[in-house]
Design a protein around this ligand. Sequence first.
Ligand SMILES: Nc1ncnc2c1ncn2[C@@H]1O[C@H](COP(=O)(O)OP(=O)(O)O)[C@@H](O)[C@H]1O
Ligand SMILES: [Mg+2]
Length: 238
Amino acid sequence: MTLLSIQSLNVNYGYIQALRDVALHLDAGETVAAVGANGAGKSTLLRAVIGAVTPVAGVISFAGKDIGTLSAPQRVAEGIAMVPEGRQVFVSLTVEENLLVGMSARRDRDNHREDIDRIYERFPNLAERRHFEARVLSGGEQQMLAIGRALMARPRLLLLDEPSLGLSPAYVNRVYALLEDLQRQGMSMLLVEQNVTLALKLSNRAYVLELGRVALSGKSSDLMQSQRLREAYLGRET
Ligand SMILES: Nc1ncnc2c1ncn2[C@@H]1O[C@H](COP(=O)(O)OP(=O)(O)O)[C@@H](O)[C@H]1O
Ligand SMILES: [Mg+2]
């Protein structure tokens, strides 16, 4: 079943064309990556899906429904949650208050205690610090909190904007182990990364964005072998 379908998506910031005729689809249960250099339009793609920017053209459908006219909170209620670039946890709220914010757009708020406890089980570090302000957390713990907050919305689709950015290698591994876990449990994910190797390892399929256009797309395992992609991105990392 197609969960997310994007057609002819164009987004501008004033005179800057950030996305040009982007088409993308994601089946239920799939992990799809959008990779590309800084400024390629990756964050803009996620912002358009969650409704934080208004496209000048294009159609975005979720579970068969055109969501183009819905507000961001309405899209969250439909089952889309985003882990934004740079985490953006509320530093002056406690860990637990941050988690509660994550369910504010949810229609059904029953059993939220259960959901919070399930997140604490996943993230013992957060459980220990539940009554501390989020500012005391390390960058890696804040990333875990941002993911936990998104999960509180009980999403059917998780949007992740550079979850590895700025984290220590140990935390990058922990974050990706968690994403693998979610994947095994059937979560659908649209993952944006500058770290092409990480993103291609986790994802089933991927799109390569260059200057707002889809330059390449295909199975992640095939793209990993692609000469063009290796020259453009992987050379620098290996
Ligand atoms: N709020 C904004 N105002 C003006 N230009 C922006 C804004 N956000 C992003 N851009 C521009 O849009 C393009 C795509 O940016 P972005 O989606 O953030 O790329 P990425 O996430 O791949 O680094 C870039 O040229 C960037 O400078
Ligand atoms: Mg970005």
